[in-house]
Structures are given as structure tokens and as C-alpha cells.
Design a protein around this ligand. Structure first.
Ligand SMILES: Cc1cc2nc3c(=O)[nH]c(=O)nc-3n(C[C@H](O)[C@H](O)[C@H](O)COP(=O)(O)OP(=O)(O)OC[C@H]3O[C@@H](n4cnc5c(N)ncnc54)[C@H](O)[C@@H]3O)c2cc1C
Length: 420
């Protein structure tokens, strides 16, 4: 095991919160080490939700995210959005999406309202920022314009026909077609298709196939397989070739959106000086000299010890492995931070398992002070330990539709607090 330099901050986690924390900290001149394996970001549909549903018990879907944030802070005591000012929240999303744009993943949306986008099931989702490559689909949906949805023989998890049937009543000029993919038959995977479309010759063949079936459609929607690192280039080329407005719809998770986002951070964070300990877990955390923290990261010959002046815990909930659950209850495994949770296991779930209101267990997590420092026995566990993202208590990002927004905003705030 090798001993390392002292970093300003150790970021524990490589989901939306961990990536955002590393980005914000490195952009402010801090030296950063980051560890973590696959997180929710790898499975995301690529949309950045700010606040989509409140109250969840009524399934009230919101078009005005800022009003919804205000309401959730008022109605849900302890919700982490209550710790972030509106201008901080807006700045965090802007800085995050500006970085993604530099990496070739442009995001768009309205500042004061959510955007309606198509999901692979044909339902409509409200979200705050969408990839530029999905935007023509937003316009087509809004205008109910003549649109063709294309899918491919051999691609699972995306059915143009199902999507068309779901929307047909409200969108009569929506058509569906299934075609052969120009570069491969049999079972197809989005990532392989995306790589294949990096070759302009395959795009030309795809455009020819689609044009033969497009009729009077003004817009053509594809499953999100249009390139991996530079999807806008693929979309623009297809628009030139077809004369149609092209857009992407995410496939079912895991979709290509996750690898695109991960790729952007894998390229961009090391370029900003972040030491990324990719696919490595922090196995042990302890207090070191003064107010420092020490971490044992990874196993075997590749194991390292990292010492840092501060740390941001962005380890997510059960999916990310930031929390564990057993018959006795829920625990936080790294620092043994108390987890706010129902008193007994019997109270984890309500009687209606699929009820829209979710379950008390969905609000479990760690509590923090106003500076986002995890609390144990009413006081910060460590004066230089901060937390961000899904691990925070008193929120149910999945039902409230605030996943990425909450992760990015709390990472922004945590970095601000540790530098302040
Ligand atoms: C299928 C799916 C689709 C989604 N779609 C959307 C969407 O369209 N829009 C949206 O806004 N949100 C979406 N989300 C939600 C969003 O991804 C989550 O809100 C977000 O992942 C929470 O981020 P996080 O970084 O806090 O936690 P996570 O994403 O869970 O990441 C936790 C990270 O911590 C790491 N970790 C855990 N323990 C350790 C340790 N000991 N040492 C080092 N690292 C550790 C994990 O390896 C992981 O990298 C989706 C999530 C899923 C699962």
C-alpha cells in the first residue's frame, strides 16, 4: 500500500453527487481525489430533474420547478433543498451543464419551467434539463407535428409502435416504423449501435433507409443510439442527410445516456487535475493528524491511502451502497453515521406497496447541519466531513423527481461550505 500526498478534499462517490462535487471543488482550485464505482449516473436516462412531483401522495406533476421547490421546503421538514438558496441551486445546474457542454454533451431547457419529454414507454415526463439531442422531440410533442418514430429489428427495450399507440389519441400525426440497423443484425445493444454510428458511412445508410419510409414527417425520433461521445454531430449529420428534424428518446435503463455522462466525467475531471480512483471503494475512513481524514481505498496491489483536509460523502443510498439494511435496521457503513429511519422494520413500508406516496423507508438517510455536515448525537461527526446527494435524509428523489438536481445542488453547497 502506498502513502499519498495530502488532498484538499476526498470525494467519496462517483454518482451525480460525487461527480458534481469533484467538478465544483477542482474548478475552485482545490486538489481533489475521488473514489467510487458505478452509480445511478450510469443508469440515468440523461435528464436532469430539479423538482417534478409534489406532493407525491397526490402525484401532482409540476411544470413550475421553483414553486415546487418552495413548496417541498415548506411541506417536508428537513428536505435538503431547504439548505440551498435558489441562486445556489440555479448556479449549480448552470455550472454542471456548462461543463457537460464543454465535453460535447449540450443540455437545454427553460429557466423557469420544466420541459415535457417523451419516455421510451410513450409517457411524458417533466424534467428541467434535457440533452440537446432530445430537444426536437420536445418541440414535436408540443406542436403535435408530423413525426415518425423509428426503431430497429433486434433492439430490445424500445418499441416505436408501443410509443405511437400510447400517444396516438393526442397526437394523430405520429407514425412508427421498424427498420434494419445498417451496421449489424441479430441482437443489438445501444452502445454498439452508438459506436457504429460514429462512422459517417453508416449514417448515410441509415438516412437512406429512413428516407424511404419517412413520408411527410417533419420530425424523426430515434432511440438514443446516435453516437457515444459526440451525439450532436451524429444528429446534425442525419439532419443534413434527411432534411428532417432529428431527435433521440432514451431507451430503457441502462441506456446510452449513462455511458455518455460517465465518459464526459472520465475525460473532463482528470483534465481538471482530479485524481480519479475509478472503480475503487473506500474501505476504511479514520481521523488523522489535526483535523484531517485518512482513507484506505481499493484492495490488493492497487490499494492506496489518501489523506485529505476535508471529505464529501456522496455514497448514495442502497443502490450506491452508501446505506446498508439488515433485520436490525439501516446503517451507514463507512463512518457509522446514524441513519434517520422508521423505529422498527415493520414501519418501513405502508400497506399499499405500489402506493404513489411511497414508504417511510424511502425517506431514510443521514441528517446534516446547515453546512451539510453529517450529524451524530446532534453534533457534526467530523468538522471537515460534508455530505451530498441521495444519502441525505428527508427526501424521496425517485418519487419527487429531483434526483440529479438534488445531487448537484447539495454538492455545490458542500463545496461552498468547505471552502468558506
Ligand atoms: C435507473 C435510474 C434512472 C435515473 N434517471 C434519472 C433522471 O432521468 N433524472 C434525474 O434527475 N435523476 C435520475 N436518476 C437519479 C440519479 O441518478 C440519482 O438521484 C443520483 O444517482 C443520486 O446520486 P448520488 O451520487 O447521490 O448517488 P449514487 O448515484 O447512488 O452514487 C453513489 C456513489 O457512491 C459510491 N460509493 C458508495 N460507497 C462507497 C465507498 N465506500 N467508497 C467509494 N465510493 C462509494 C458508489 O460506487 C457510487 O459511485 C436515476 C437513477 C436511476 C437508478
Amino acid at each position: 500500500m502506498t502513502r499519498d500526498t495530502v488532498y484538499d478534499v476526498m470525494v467519496i462517490g462517483a454518482g451525480f453527487a460525487g461527480m458534481a462535487a469533484s467538478l465544483f471543488a477542482s474548478s475552485r482550485g482545490l486538489s481533489v481525489a475521488q473514489a467510487g464505482t458505478t452509480g445511478g449516473i450510469d443508469f440515468s436516462t440523461g435528464f436532469i430533474d430539479l423538482m417534478g412531483v409534489h406532493p407525491v401522495s397526490e402525484q401532482r406533476r409540476r411544470m413550475r420547478p421553483w414553486k415546487a421547490v418552495e413548496a417541498v421546503v415548506r411541506d417536508c421538514p428537513g428536505h435538503p433543498y431547504g439548505l440551498v438558496e435558489r441562486d445556489e441551486l440555479a448556479a449549480s445546474i448552470n455550472e454542471f451543464t456548462a461543463f457537460l457542454a464543454e465535453q460535447g454533451l449540450e443540455y437545454v431547457g427553460h429557466d423557469d419551467r420544466n420541459t415535457c419529454v417523451l419516455t421510451p414507454a410513450g409517457t411524458v415526463k417533466r424534467t428541467y434539463r434535457v440533452p440537446r439531442t432530445a430537444w426536437n422531440g420536445v418541440v414535436a410533442l408540443e406542436q403535435k407535428a408530423p413525426t415518425l418514430i423509428v426503431d430497429f429489428h433486434g433492439l430490445k427495450g424500445f418499441s416505436a409502435k408501443q410509443l405511437m399507440q400510447t400517444r396516438k389519441d393526442s397526437w394523430p400525426q405520429l407514425e412508427a416504423v421498424r427498420v434494419e440497423f445498417p451496421a449489424g443484425r441479430g441482437e443489438l445493444y445501444p452502445e454498439h449501435m452508438a459506436w457504429a454510428l460514429a462512422d459517417p458511412a453508416n449514417r448515410v445508410r441509415l438516412a437512406e433507409t429512413v428516407m424511404a419510409r419517412a413520408g411527410g414527417a417533419e420530425y424523426v425520433g430515434f432511440p438514443a443510439v446516435l453516437g457515444l461521445n459526440d451525439p450532436l454531430k451524429v444528429v446534425t449529420h442525419l439532419e443534413e442527410l434527411t432534411g428532417k428534424k432529428i431527435f433521440e428518446i432514451p431507451t430503457m435503463p441502462p441506456s446510452i445516456a449513462g455511458p455518455r455522462l460517465r465518459g464526459a466525467f472520465d475525460r473532463g475531471l482528470p483534465a481538471k487535475g482530479v485524481r480519479t480512483l475509478s472503480q475503487k471503494m473506500v474501505l476504511k475512513a479514520s481521523a488523522a493528524d489535526g483535523d484531517m481524514l485518512r482513507f484506505e481505498v481499493g484492495t490488493g496491489a492497487a490499494a492506496v491511502t489518501v489523506t485529505a483536509k476535508a471529505a464529501i460523502l456522496a455514497t448514495g443510498r442502497f443502490f450506491g451502497k452508501g446505506l446498508r439494511a439488515n433485520r436490525q435496521g439501516m446503517t451507514e457503513p463507512l463512518f457509522n453515521i446514524p441513519v434517520v429511519q422508521p423505529r422498527t422494520r415493520d414501519e418501513w413500508h405502508g400497506p399499499d406497496f405500489f402506493g404513489p406516496q411511497g414508504h417511510p423507508a424511502n425517506m431514510a438517510g443521514i441528517e446534516v447541519d446547515s453546512r451539510l455536515r453529517p450529524l451524530g448525537d446532534g453534533a457534526p461527526v467530523h468538522r471537515n466531513l460534508f455530505a451530498a446527494g441521495a444519502i441525505l435524509a428527508h427526501q424521496d428523489w425517485m418519487r419527487m423527481k429531483c434526483g440529479a438536481g438534488l445531487a448537484i445542488a447539495t454538492a455545490f453547497k458542500a463545496v461552498k461550505e468547505l471552502t468558506g
